[in-house]
Design a protein around this ligand. Sequence first.
Ligand code: 1PZ
Length: 215
Amino acid sequence: MADSENQKFCLQEVLESFKSCLSPEKEIYIEHYVSGWKGLVKLLNSLGSLFGFISKDAVSKTQILMNFLKSENGPHYATVQSMVKFELDNKLVDVDKKGIYPESGCRTLLRLHRALRWLQLFLERLRTSKEDDKTSVMCRDAYNESLAQHHTWLIRKSAGMAFYSLPVRPAFFEVMNVGTPEQVVDVLGKAVPLLCEVYQITEELYQKHNLLDLP
Ligand code: 1PZ
């Protein structure tokens, strides 16, 4: 296992990854996008075994994308834009129903993209929360507003149970590993708009190509 994978979660580091995933032309580099998710997986892993099933899925999705990047078609997977073009031009996407390409780059990234919306909503709630506010409620509300609609009943129930076990706000701020609560709020203030920008660019691209409902 690489050293960086052993390190503790750090919000700043995740922010840096999502920052470097935007090119000057507003293309999204998959390598850095995936690094951002790998950073978030460290956080999930520090939250205990109830989050294991979520972490496992996130790891598997990042691995699928990394494998494409390392494959002979790697250069086509440099950015989300080039991936979409390549997979559509070569008919590598199951547009209507799961079939020959159940693990296309486009549908895999779509799952992370939907989760990014949850993350954005959750972190914004965290940023504007008061000391006694419950992280579990912030997490649940953000989930119900975004990802939940894409999940089965069983996953929604399991996720709901995991949310109850989240650390209280001061402990959660500690896990963020960027200093005082004021510093956490400050970094969150930079992270949320950035995640929002990455999300919007992907959303518009997927919408343009009619990819938002990929099975
Ligand atoms: C800080 C608290 C963390 C809470 C995380 C909230 C997100 C709950 C997501 C529950 C996902 C459950 C596991 C697997 C779900 C998959 O079925 C779906 C659809 O994929 P498909 O089955 O179609 O292949 N996967 C997803 O929706 C992607 C989920 C990625 C979750 C990453 C969360 C990262 C959290 C970062 C922590 C701050």
